[in-house]
Design a binder for this molecule. Sequence first.
Ligand SMILES: NC(=O)c1ccc[n+]([C@@H]2O[C@H](COP(=O)([O-])OP(=O)(O)OC[C@H]3O[C@@H](n4cnc5c(N)ncnc54)[C@H](OP(=O)(O)O)[C@@H]3O)[C@@H](O)[C@H]2O)c1
Length: 265
Amino acid sequence: MSEASRKRAVVTGACSGIGLEVARALAARGWDLCVCSEREDRLRSAANELRAQHGASVDEVVLDLTVVANAKALYDRATEDGRRVDALVLNAGFFFFGEVADADPSRAERMLSLHVVVPSLLCTYFARDFRELRAGNVLIVSSISAFRDFPGIAHYASSKKYLRAFAASLRCELAVYDVGVTCLLPGATATALYDRDVVPVELATRLGVMMPAERVAREGVEAMLRKDAECIPGAFNRVVTGSIGWVPQGAIDALRKWGPWLKKP
Ligand SMILES: NC(=O)c1ccc[n+]([C@@H]2O[C@H](COP(=O)([O-])OP(=O)(O)OC[C@H]3O[C@@H](n4cnc5c(N)ncnc54)[C@H](OP(=O)(O)O)[C@@H]3O)[C@@H](O)[C@H]2O)c1
């Protein structure tokens, strides 16, 4: 493929987990990349691997995307010298569990910036270019936690709910310009999102409770390229999301009251 005909994607949170697998899947299809994460050493080794394995041209952008001003900084770096971007993958995220009343306010603020404010601003910057080009793809990584409200994950799941709703509106706006917007809604996936001292990730993967990140990413990339509206990887997760609305609120309240995970009222 000639340099000019190669497509190029921006992937946030590309140094591990689902984001790294999305970058690998795109590079394997002949895409070039602009990868962004916070930790320089891990991003560098991911970028080197993508270059060595797939011959991709990879730009590394080390930024803390909990800082709102860094949305514009990433856009500027990704498009400097007039470089074209064909796809935007908004994947960077982190997780914490606990009551809202116990949350570290600065941690909660960083999560809301990373999951809500910065992805929204990145969509504004890149959507202007995609609209002008009459081409482009956006893949927004939400979560199946967006389908029902549970105690202990109020900040996380509500931010993922926002991303799902935002993706649906943006999709409707951009479809008339031939720009695709896809929301990826993974269930439990074996990545560094979980503290392995607390969550038995290997066992959960062997039992099929957690999916490998590679499969989640592959299904997400295929859905993005088909311009699907949403992608829920895994039959089990599709059954869960289809039926979770039927669980009575009383059962969730009882779980909160009697489950060992949160403080008792
Ligand atoms: N794993 C699951 O079960 C699951 C389920 C549903 C949805 N998701 C979503 O999938 C996405 C990817 O998570 P993952 O499971 O692949 O976990 P992961 O392996 O921990 O990857 C998270 C990525 O986000 C980046 N990131 C975190 N904070 C950042 C910051 N402040 N600035 C820039 N980059 C930052 C990380 O880079 P650094 O290491 O450099 O910080 C890393 O590359 C998240 O949005 C998550 O909510 C995951």
